[in-house]
Design a protein around this ligand. Sequence first.
Ligand code: S3P
Length: 449
Amino acid sequence: MSATAPSSSAELIYTIEPGGMLKGSLRVPGDKSISHRALLLGAIAEGETRISGFLAGEDCLATLAAIRALGVQVETVDAGRLKVQGRGLLGLQAPQAPLDLGNSGTAIRILTGLMAGQTFAATLTGDASLQKRPMQRVIEPLTAMGARIESREGGRAPLTVHGTRPLKPLRYILPVASGQVKSALLLAGLYAGGYSWLKEPGPSRDHTERMLSAFGHGCLKENGWIGIHGGGTLLATQVEVPADLSSAAFFLAAAAMTPGSRLTLENVGVNPTRDGIIQLLKRMGAEIRLENPRQLGAEPVADIEVEGTRLQAIDIGPEEVVLAIDDIPALLIAAAAARGTTRVRGAGELRVKESDRLQAMQEGLATLGVPVEATIDGIQVTGVERFQGGEIQSHGDHRIAMAFAVASVRAKAPLLIRDCRNVDTSFPGFAALAARVGLGIASREGGRA
Ligand code: S3P
């Protein structure tokens, strides 16, 4: 590295010019949830799985490094196209070092489930944010299946998973609707003798169930229970990853709330267990149309057209929050520009994401001059005509950084957003792509090393 090259640990700062409109058409990077799952199922399938549209963001690259450390060969044709040589259900090898999952809650939780059914021990860890996040939600049911999992106090990573084979089949009601926990238990279920049954308090994203079917190992659905049988074979397949609705969400919200904007987001995944942001914005009066709806492998996709208008406040309940769990920061920006007071209830899970997102949004919106109040598991925001400028702390959370970046379209003065490096975990190239549709984002290295 040259003397002038930025150190990757230096702070990344966005400075953004106020105002403007979003125009044109955009293809955001591949879906993060689906990219993780394609690697993990490809790793334990028989044969070569070909993935296209893969998200080469840091989170999914951490999963890629992890499966390589478990003995899986992966050829990178280019950043978005991979060939995974599956080792079969019983073919993973003990890693030589701890698996570092960086910032990724999805990677650590789903891999903990997969490691539970192995014949070796593996240690899973990650960055400072990941080491603060709750892991008891996977430790408890996996322990009931017979795995032994060591953690730091309070069920925090690093986790050392001592796999057991076969695991005991599980019958379990998840205390929170969580795609990560459900997926961890479904993968562990592949290593149990017999059927495991899971029930969720509400529907969470179903990418794992859909992808298991595509790999020839479908789940059963009976009276709200999901069943998976242990053993058998996953057959390698081709996975085409759609663009990530949770990355599109920032542009969708910003265009929807800015009269004069007109934007098309291409080839976006619109799985009904994930499309809360579209439904909620529509309920706020947004002009959104799904064009060219089609099926991309196991997942529905569409081109999303959005036109800007003045939005109306709405009330959002817990069952809607889970369908838009990652998109609430973007939605709160839209609420901050809407007429009236938007109230979100049942959103306590946002406090244990990459940052405490209720607190981060409360702080940032207050800086923008938006009346906002947070409770233990909710938040209410009263819309204003224009936002103030100012300095926003993203708390190293990619989605907080991007939400406030797009808020600039309704600001009166420039915004400066701190600690944006982690945008690369889910949306490499965000600032450049945003600039292409009309946002004046400049990124620079800050002083912190
Ligand atoms: C994800 C599930 C969600 C979401 C995360 C990705 C997944 O987490 O917030 O970004 O891929 O299963 P929870 O399962 O914890 O709600």
